[in-house]
Design a protein around this ligand. Sequence first.
Ligand code: PLP
Length: 432
Amino acid sequence: MFLSKNLGVNEDGHLTIGGVDCVKLAKEYATPVYVMDEALIRENCRNFKSSIEKFYDKNGLVCYASKAFCCKEICRIMKEEDMGLDVVSGGELFTALSVGFPAAKICFHGNNKTDDEITLALSHGVGRIVVDNFSELERLENLSSKLRKKANIMLRVKPGIDAHTHDFIKTGQIDSKFGLALETGEAFEAVKYAISLENVILKGLHCHIGSQIFDIEPFELAAKVMLEFMAKISNELSYSISELNLGGGFGIKYLSEHDPAPYEAYMERVSKVIKQSCKELDIPQPFVMIEPGRSIVGAAGITLYTVGAVKEIPGVRTYVSVDGGMCDNPRYALYRSQYEAVLANKASDPKDTVVTIAGKCCESGDLIGENIPLQKAEPGDIIAVLATGAYNYSMSSNYNRIAKPPVVMVSKGNSKVIVKRETLDDLIRNDL
Ligand SMILES: *Cc1c(COP(=O)(O)O)cnc(C)c1O
């Protein structure tokens, strides 16, 4: 009935997440509130990890892409689950380090890292810096030398596989701000340059072909292209690249009709391609990293709002306004991302209306979604927007000086705040 197996309806007809009544959660913590389910997050981590154990002889590491949802508690959970971690800014790195996340298991990404960020990463011994471009290589060499540290790096490569659309295509990826192009020889030149540097140690290659990808084929293709490049480096430069990071991007179910491939199948098929290609190309099997973000936390989260005004425009549409909006979930405004919703207090009623869910910001485009099937909404109802665990809290803003909602974690039938609600004082904290 629901998108995710951790959602249900109890005897009061209320929506539950991880067995906890969402109407009660809304009462206890007020709305809007993000709710995350710890059990599902941990289960997702374990599934990815066990797929590497099962299909790739444990020779790999699953790094959670923390940009999907980053706070201290999620970093603690990732540490406990023995995961690696991806960060893309000094802020994400600082958050991870603040709870003692092992620096050696952190990959530091970004197409324009500042000197301060690189210095922070080097001085804490971050495991891998994923270098995006030539000028970063040069700056990294200089900063490493100054700090008397060695920088273990991967190079971000554009493999020329664009999986951002359903019809993934094999070319046309040169136009991306991320990484070094294979087709033009840019990536090969960067490898040569990296090898020549004294304080930079080239360990691996990295690619990330897109997000919310349902098919496995583009990942197989990317792995093959990357391994061919590793063989070229081995043959022409006599340099052995020992690590291959295949990025994240595994799709999740936002709508009932979405049908992402099971994550285990991904590792099963990609492992086969890697083993086969390595044999054919006569190179050793690399240590493999993957970087799931959305697929770890997306389905584990929902957002609860209270319905305010319901505005029916006859023959046009019905606006159901909620006490949040693009400030806590900008994804519809940004890229027309679709969501399903449920009235948490009427969860067993039929969805016999179709509505536009609007936020409270001063923008016509401030919508959570359009044409959303919903139970008949009245002011005071609690609306749950589903699968908001990824890229919602992490993309939230204080637009209109709206305070950010808290994040509540449910676990074993209980709930606790893991990120506090912002107060009005928080909003003016840095004003002078
Ligand atoms: C965004 C990103 C990820 C995670 O993507 P998901 O779609 O959330 O799995 C992983 N690696 C890199 C480099 C990214 O930019």
